[in-house]
Design a protein around this ligand. Structure first.
Ligand code: NAD
Ligand code: TYD
Length: 346
């Protein structure tokens, strides 16, 4: 079972698993289809692998339906992506983060536990944001204390703790990964990189929070999918693994890079540089200054390293959004407009 498989990373993971890996089993994708869940992300997979890919529209907070799916499909492993995932939304409306990220994870753990020995692995996909914010120096390690600062990261921290508790108390076979910021195809354009690409293409202001000097450690989504699959196959039960991209970059530098690449490959009809659209706006409350990951454990124990460089991954991503006109058009007809209006006023 993959939860949240119609979202950004979940859909990339299913695509990776069924298309590129040595996996020969069946995937049951359980997704509530919130604003962030888009079955269009997997239309081709559903068509090409009808017996091996099965979609079930289920809210992980609905324990009855969830248990029914576990029994019907004889679930022996879960890769758990389903979550409310956007920090700014967690500031405006934290309730759904508490429900999905904490209660939903609890439901999955309870049902997996009730399967007894038939259940083999619960892989919990989490974030580096649980560790809080770094100053100018240092890296997050697996033993860095948890200090979440947003309702999103606090709810993810709670879910990590629940997984740990089920492992320690009930012997749940579980692994956890805490990953840095992902980017790549199929990301909902509320997150920095796709939001900047779409605004730049439309000639709309590009909002940069605060002084633009906050740092994130960026990882191409396919590298994350490979890391998760590596951990699920070869990781030690009970262990946590940090996953990162070795690509610490200030937000403003990323925004400028996107503007310059678009000017080069898809110049504005006005002939103006996209950099003129950059607009510094009010900072996010509690905005974490810097994230950076030490992934030595994953590298030395499981031989994983990122393969995509940020420069090549960013170009690939921009090209993807330029080519996927239909996907972009469809995404704009949904919740996107309402969110852009509420958050940015346009
Ligand atoms: P996303 O918002 O793109 O997708 C989330 C998916 O979960 C959607 O398909 C949505 O419909 C589904 N979902 C939400 N609530 C649900 C519910 N109650 N029941 C069933 N399905 C539900 O998120 P993403 O960026 O793909 O992130 C996936 C996971 O990876 C999350 O757990 C997130 O915390 C974690 N993560 C994300 C990043 C990142 O940079 N995006 C980095 C590290 C970890
Ligand atoms: P985001 O993609 O929301 O990921 P996260 O908050 O989980 O790291 O944001 C990445 C960085 O970009 C973060 O420092 C906030 C900043 N940001 C902006 O400056 N402007 C924006 O419009 C958004 C969405 C984010």
């Amino acid at each position: 079972m993959v939860t949240g498989g119609c979202g950004f990373i979940g859909s990339n993971f299913i695509r990776y698993l069924i298309g590129n890996s040595d996996f020969s089993g069946r995937i049951i994708n359980v997704d509530k289809l919130t604003y962030a869940g888009n079955p269009e992300n997997l239309t081709d997979i559903a068509r090409s692998f009808p017996g091996r890919y099965i979609f079930q529209k289920i809210d992980i907070c609905d324990a009855v339906k969830l248990e029914k799916a576990f029994l019907e499909y004889d679930i022996d492993a879960v890769c758990h992506f389903a979550a409310e995932s956007h920090v700014d939304r967690s500031i405006k409306d934290p309730g759904s983060f508490i429900q999905t990220n904490i209660v939903g994870t609890f439901n999955l753990l309870e049902i997996a536990k009730s399967r007894g020995d038939e259940f083999q692995l619960f892989h919990h996909v989490s974030t580096d944001e649980v560790y809080g914010s770094l100053g100018a120096e240092g890296l997050f390690r697996e033993d860095t204390p948890y200090r979440p600062n947003s309702p999103y990261s606090a709810s993810k921290a709670a879910s990590d703790h629940l997984v740990r508790a089920y492992l320690q108390t009930f012997g749940m076979p579980a692994t956890i990964s805490n990953c840095s910021n992902n980017y790549g195809p199929y990301q909902f354009p509320e997150k920095l990189i796709p939001l900047v690409i779409l605004n730049a293409l439309e000639g709309k202001p590009i909002p940069v929070y605060g002084d633009g000097k906050n740092v994130r450690d960026w990882l191409y989504v396919e590298d994350h999918c490979r890391a998760i699959w590596t951990i699920m196959n070869n990781g030690n039960t009970g262990e946590t693994y940090n996953v990162g991209g070795n690509a610490e970059i200030e937000n403003i530098v990323i925004v400028q890079m996107i503007c310059d690449i678009l000017d080069e490959i898809s110049p504005a009809t006005s002939g103006k540089s996209r950099r003129e659209l950059i607009s510094f706006v009010k900072d996010r409350p509690g905005h974490d200054r810097r994230y950076a990951i030490d992934f030595t454990k994953l590298k030395s124990e499981l031989n994983w390293s990122p393969q995509e460089s940020f420069h090549s991954g960013l170009r690939k991503t921009i090209n993807w959004y330029l080519k996927q006109k239909k996907w972009v058009e469809n995404i704009k007809t949904g919740d996107y407009q309402a969110w852009m209006k509420e958050q940015y006023g346009s």
